[in-house]
Design a protein around this ligand. Structure first.
Ligand SMILES: Nc1ncnc2c1ncn2[C@@H]1O[C@H](COP(=O)(O)OP(=O)(O)OP(=O)(O)O)[C@@H](O)[C@H]1O
Ligand SMILES: [Mg+2]
Length: 343
């Protein structure tokens, strides 16, 4: 870890953000964001397309100046001491930092040079990171031939060359296949267990759930919920019991039978005969009760089961719209780029 002797010791949180605003012309990307990340913790910044995640990361990594508000990384002010902030952070942004005509190893070594590492340290670190990210075999091939997953891994490796104390990862697993995603999670866990403070953005609740100590949900540039993954799920209203009615014309009857099991109205897809009920707390007792009530009326179902709230459920509950339905026109345009890769 690089620490500057000139900096006084900081006892506060690793990341502190208060009332940060940022607009691009008419678009208010951040409308008064507050965030705290304790040292050694992982904060998951969750939000749909256009919510302001990347803008927040850019402010914290000194790439964008906020219009208003204050942002500190390890006590260093991003506006007043951007150099001091850059000394201790790493960033793997949403767009790649890779130079594609160079090999993986060359990319890493150049990054080392940017951080003024001596030749021997540069070489050693590049070698270590290539091994750690399973890029050893591809190390000396031009990166333009790397798969999306390999590029994401190299991007993360590049952000670690300087051994940052605070790491920012902007959607580190978007576009990765399930196996690569699990691999990425493992690497991230390892980093955190070695003491790195991490702020990661994601559109996937399960990812925040797996990795984050705390989650902050933003939408339209504002924090709309914060807490642990469990807190958020509880706010959605516990588990979801779901089933299909075999005789579609009895769907309404089925809804009537189970309505009392939830504080909120069941969500019904009449064409598919699908009924979803948000139940408070654990779904298993609600599941048993659902079976009992449907059985009593001889309503046959298929695919009856209980599941945890999904990202969509959380967004529906918190924002009244799905995660894929951010409504800023600019975000609509931006989404096309990746929509095909979202599950
Ligand atoms: N340089 C820019 N110029 C104009 N508008 C911008 C710029 N950067 C971001 N915006 C707008 O600010 C809003 C927030 O964008 P941001 O990139 O922070 O969202 P995001 O949460 O990272 O979205 P995504 O999930 O698509 O990456 C969007 O409406 C976006 O179009
Ligand atoms: Mg973004």
């Amino acid at each position: 870890m690089t620490t500057s002797g000139a900096q006084p010791t900081w006892d506060g949180p690793a990341v502190y953000v208060e009332g940060v605003h940022k607009s691009f012309g008419e678009v208010q990307a951040l409308r008064g964001i507050d965030l705290v990340v304790e040292r050694g913790h992982v904060l998951g910044l969750l939000g749909p397309n256009g919510a302001g995640k990347t803008t927040a990361v850019k402010v914290l990594t000194t790439l964008l100046a906020p219009d208003r508000g204050r942002a500190l990384v390890e006590g260093r002010d991003v506006v007043r001491s951007p150099e001091a902030v850059r000394e201790i952070i790493g960033l793997a942004g949403q767009s790649t930092a890779i130079q594609e005509e160079l090999t993986g190893r060359e990319n890493l070594e150049i990054m080392g040079r940017l951080y003024h590492l001596d030749a021997e340290t540069r070489r050693r670190r590049a070698g270590e990171l290539l091994e750690r990210f399973d890029l050893g075999e591809a190390a000396d091939r031009p990166t333009r031939g790397y798969s999306g997953g390999m590029q994401r891994r190299l991007d993360l490796a590049l952000s670690l060359v300087s051994r940052p104390a605070v790491l920012f990862l902007d959607e580190p697993t978007t576009g990765l296949d399930p196996r690569s995603r699990l691999g990425m999670w493992e690497v991230i866990r390892e980093l955190v267990s070695s003491g790195t403070t991490l702020l990661l953005t994601t559109q996937y609740l399960e990812e925040a759930d797996e990795l984050a100590d705390e989650i902050v949900v933003i939408d339209h540039g504002k924090v709309i919920a914060a807490g642990t993954a469990q807190d958020l799920k509880n706010r959605v209203g516990g588990d979801v019991v779901e089933f299909h009615v075999v005789e579609r014309d009895r769907t309404a009857e089925a809804v009537e039978a189970v309505r009392a099991l939830s504080g909120s109205a069941p969500s019904v897809d009449a064409d598919a005969g699908r009924v979803s009920i948000r139940v408070g707390g654990s779904g298993s007792s609600a599941l048993v009760e659902t079976v009992r009530r449907l059985d009593a009326r001889s309503i046959h179902t298929e695919g009856l089961g209980v599941r945890r709230p999904s990202l969509e459920d959380v967004f529906l509950a918190l924002t009244g719209h799905g995660a894929a339905e951010g409504d800023a026109p600019a975000s609509q345009a931006r989404r096309g780029r990746r929509s095909g890769r979202r599950s």
